[in-house]
Design a protein around this ligand. Structure first.
Ligand code: URP
Ligand code: ZN
Ligand code: ZN
Ligand code: ZN
Length: 464
């Protein structure tokens, strides 16, 4: 069924431009942009965006819906998590399918397709967590790339679960140098951290704040350095996930100054929260347990600076929610048993807009780090991440003046707390289109599970 929508009189913001323009959407794609009043477009639907921003839907390249982890499952399903994403102005997620040790990549990927298919409100894609590098796995990487799963996460942390040793990492990187895949690294020295965990517990240090103390910034930096040099030896690009420490940013900046294809993301929790939250009394700190951990407040300045200098290129959420009741509580009396992860898929676009309001980043940089670069980095551009003729009409009408207070009372994520409870921000999503279909209209949900489809990706489009 052919349909036409016109979005009138908004300020269209992309990573490269801010223009007052009307946008014509036809059959799910952007058909044209034109100066207001220049065209007499007829349409089935007219959206008045006067005084509003018209921005590309957010692209969140780091989510974990339904992830089995720490003896439980992340509390958002693909249905609840993608609906919450839409409420927050995100129209594409890239979630992590998991290879369990002893199983193939194919088995892991099939399981993730089964979880997501027919359930998503917005479009989705997959990275693959590689937990077991062997000859077969390496061959399977080539096949996955042909199917549009073009990036692979490895872990230097979590021995016995997701952990890869340096040899396994090098082998996967060598393969990705040949097949065009992008290795994403969880860079923490998990072997050393596990020693510090056991020593802390033996001293009776069992509270959530010790989670932050044992997962030292230096051990993030050391692993980041090692990952960079392994990638350099392999001749492969590298993307470091959830960067949180000043010392790790310095490693990335140095490698980039050397001209290496080394990239990094950070997440809103590292920009807006700190180790002070982990130290909240009565086990409340458990709400803030994630890895890499929240750092002392001083680290935030390095992250903001790196976002300005492009030593960090992407802000994604690492959305991995666990309810306080019954899930985070598994770690009462032993911080190492608190499931790791924070909710945030609904909050990212608003928190980064607040950074615009606060003068930390420009409006175009907001769109660059939250939409355009993640799409480019992971082979989704220009289908996703921009507003241009031919692009999918994944479009958000954003009210830059609306005030809101973030709260578990009002959010749509399936989790019983908000990491940003009580935080006031300026700016709010008003209307969301996914491939031209209204998902949120004037803050009413009009979407449906099953609208979102698997979106195959090309290889990285961001290499130097
Ligand atoms: O604590 C976190 N980040 N949980 C999700 C898994 C991961 O390492 O990204
Ligand atoms: Zn007019
Ligand atoms: Zn990780
Ligand atoms: Zn993650």
């Amino acid at each position: 069924m052919s349909s036409r929508t016109v979005i009138r009189h908004g300020l269209v913001i992309t990573a490269s431009d801010e223009i007052h323009a009307d946008v014509l959407v036809e059959d799910g794609r952007v058909a044209a942009l034109a100066t207001p009043h220049a065209q007499s477009w007829t349409a089935d639907r007219v959206i008045d965006a006067t005084g509003k921003y018209v921005i590309p839907g957010g692209v969140d390249v780091h989510t974990h819906m339904e992830l089995p982890f720490g003896g439980t499952h992340a509390s958002d399903t693909f249905e609840t998590g993608t609906r919450a994403a839409a409420w927050g102005g995100t129209t594409t997620i890239v979630d992590f399918a998991v290879q369990s040790v002893g199983h193939t990549l194919r088995e892991g990927l099939d399981a993730w397709h089964a979880k997501a298919e027919g359930n998503c409100a917005i479009d989705y894609a997959f990275h693959m967590i590689v937990s077991d590098v062997n000859d077969e796995t390496l061959k399977e990487m080539d096949l996955l790339i042909e199917e549009g799963v073009t990036s692979f996460k490895q872990f230097m942390a979590y021995p016995g679960v997701f952990y890869s040793d340096d040899g396994q990492i090098l082998r996967a990187m060598q393969r990705s140098a040949e097949n065009g895949g992008l290795i994403m690294m969880h860079a923490e020295n998990g072997i050393a951290i596990d020693v510090l965990v056991q020593q802390a517990l033996a001293r009776g240090e069992t509270d959530p704040r010790h989670h932050g103390e044992v997962r030292k910034a230096l051990l993030e930096a050391e692993a980041t350095h090692r990952a960079i040099r392994l990638a350099q030896v392999a001749g492969a690009p590298l993307y470091v996930v959830h960067v949180s420490a000043t010392e790790a940013v310095a490693e990335l900046a140095r490698a980039r100054d050397e001209g290496l294809n080394v990239f990094g993301e950070t997440c809103p929790q590292y920009l807006f929260l700190s180790a002070d939250h982990l130290a909240e009394p009565d086990f409340e700190g458990a709400k803030y347990v994630c890895s890499t951990p929240l750092r002392p407040r001083e680290h935030q300045a390095s992250l903001w600076r790196a976002l300005r200098t492009n030593d960090l290129q992407v802000v994604s959420t690492d959305h991995c929610p666990f309810c306080f009741t019954g899930q985070k509580e598994l770690g009462r009396g032993d911080f190492s048993k608190i499931p790791n992860g924070l909710p945030g898929v609904e909050n990212r676009m608003d928190l980064l807009h607040q950074a615009v309001v606060d003068g930390r980043i420009s409006r175009r940089r907001w769109i660059e780090i939250a939409c355009a670069t993640p799409a480019r980095m992971f082979g989704l551009y220009p289908k996703k991440g921009t507003i241009a003729p031919g692009a999918d009409a994944d479009i958000v009408i954003y009210d830059p003046h609306a005030e809101q207070v973030m709260s578990a009372e009002t959010h749509h994520m399936n989790v019983d707390y908000s990491a940003y409870e009580g935080k006031r921000v300026t700016g709010r999503v008003e209307t969301v289109l996914s491939r031209g279909e209204p998902v949120i209209v004037q803050r009413e949900y009009t979407g449906r599970a099953g609208h979102g489809v698997f979106t195959p990706r090309s290889t990285c489009q961001y290499l130097n």
